[in-house]
Design a protein around this ligand. Sequence first.
Ligand code: ZN
Length: 330
Amino acid sequence: MANTTIAAFSIDEHLRWATARIVGREIDPESVTFGREVEPTEPGVIADQLTDYVARISAKYPDVRRAQGIGISMIGPVDVGAKEVKRVARKDWTPKIPGDPIIRFKNVFAAQERGLANARLAVQNDATCGALAEWYFRENPRTEDLGLWVYITINEGVNCGVLNVSRPLFQYRHAEIGHVFPARHPKDPFDPEKHSSCPLHLWCFEGIASGASMRKRWGDDWSADPRAWNLEAFYVGQLCLTAMLGFRPDRLVLGGYVVHRNPEFLPMVRAAFAALNNGYIEDGKAENPATYISAGQFDDRVNVLGALVLALDAAVGGPRSVVDRSTTES
Ligand SMILES: [Zn+2]
């Protein structure tokens, strides 16, 4: 296994890639390399865009070409079991043949050079990959970090990934609590017809609390407006409460550019969460939002980084031992 390489691709507003090498059954963190060729995704057939991108990158980089495991992160909803996406919130992405899924990842890789076509493939939605990155590459891993984690991402979309003892909770699908309907703040000027940023729902968290929704409500300079942050904290606090009640995680980790843009935001979310919970759940964790809710450590490469963890699982062909990881790191 010493020379095994893995590769990852992520698909959202951009196409990205990364590679790493496996030592034993774990990723060598020193070997993680992020691709320089980041490309904006365009309207049209996303399957063709990805097929061309993978072909170009693999022709240029031997570690991609030789990869034995491939991990894919994509905005959802992703059919994890079938390794395909039937449709996405981006309506300007079309399938090759009308009525077909938007993308079948097996076909994308079957079309590649023979080595890559034979690599093992694992696919998840972006938030689940974000969760994997935050868990796997966290600083100072400790056994008490095990358990159930929910990672919530607030970007142009809103969603969550759920891990149970280091692995995605769901094998064939994923949670979609970004599309649960929140209670509206009475002082919110949100007009669903004008401001919702979810193409399919007027009232969901993604429609009302994504970065895109903030921009529609308050303009391009929304993050300079304190009213925007107060309302955003109210909605993200509700989303944390929804995740906590639905999954009862040991930790909630918040990521995405909205969260990282303002260092004052996390304390506001914690306060909103505590007010909404109102002492109902007291399990030694949820009543202490300062430790229960934390910010993610990674930037917008978090999804492709998490896809490397999927690639690791695909390459080693079975569940990793979380105990092995701590021993290889010492
Ligand atoms: Zn929605």
